[in-house]
Design a protein around this ligand. Structure first.
Ligand code: ADP
Ligand code: MG
Length: 232
């Protein structure tokens, strides 16, 4: 109902892209762990949000016109005090308004910082012939340079999801190298499965991605810290 409600609102104003916050709500409704975020429109609100979440926190520019936040200096990780958060707010919003003078900026999101996770990506695209394709890979160069990803056509089973995780070339990195603890593979499969059931329930979703989905050591889960979703 959460997802249907957001989709109805979007249809009413002919909007196709969800805000990060709306996308996060949808993923959460399907059982995916999402990092806690608080919107802030002023430096004081940002500092108060950091106080509430507990430092360190991450700050992200909140604007419907900016989908690649890092490209405009719109992500700052590891902010250690509310004071630092207040300063980062002024710095970030003024930099973004300089680089993107026409973009409407709501403010920022102050987000809990997830530490000790490894970056993975889970996503969905829609193929005119096959329908929804579910995608999984490790973040960063593995996806961008090595194109090391696995795909399955939705709907998928838990075995399919397990297999998607195991079949990327970089899988040994998730199992752990040089004494690193193994990643929480079950949590990855859960998130992939949730994503697949979301798009199976809502065929109008044309694209969705969680980039990154930070996976913690076994038993500690996985957490979505950046979410995108659009309708066809
Ligand atoms: P964008 O993709 O729009 O540039 P992201 O929200 O994905 O912005 O943030 C960019 C990077 O910052 C992520 O890939 C991740 O490495 C790091 N990051 C973002 N949010 C968090 C968080 N809550 N905890 C830890 N690291 C984060
Ligand atoms: Mg991202």
């Amino acid at each position: 109902e959460v997802v249907q409600g957001i989709i109805n609102e979007m249809r009413a104003v002919k909007r196709r892209e969800m805000s990060e916050t709306e996308a996060r709500e949808c993923f959460k409704a399907y059982g995916i762990n999402v990092a806690q975020s608080i919107p802030a429109a002023t430096s004081d609100e940002a500092a108060a949000a950091a106080e509430k979440l507990g430092c360190p926190v991450v700050m992200k520019i909140d604007s419907p016109a900016i989908s690649h936040k890092s490209d405009v200096g719109g992500v700052k990780v590891g902010l250690k005090t509310p004071d630092e958060v207040a300063r980062a707010f002024l710095e970030m919003t003024s930099r973004v308004s300089r680089l993107k003078p026409n973009a409407w900026v709501r403010g920022v999101l102050v987000q809990e910082m997830v530490q000790g996770g490894r970056e993975t990506i889970a996503g969905v695209t829609k193929d005119p012939q096959f329908g929804h394709l579910i995608m999984f890979g490790l973040g960063g160069i593995y996806v961008e340079v090595m194109k090391d990803v696995s795909f399955k056509v939705a709907p998928i089973t838990r075995e399919d999801a397990d297999q998607m995780v195991k079949s990327i070339n970089a899988f040994p990195l998730l199992r752990g190298v040089r004494g690193e603890p193994p990643a929480d593979m079950a949590a990855l499969s859960d998130a992939i499965l949730s994503l697949a059931s979301l798009v199976t329930d809502f065929p109008e979703v044309s694209e969705a991605d969680i980039n990154p989905l930070l996976v913690l050591p076994r038993g500690q889960g996985a957490m979505a810290v950046d979410a995108r979703l659009s309708l066809s």
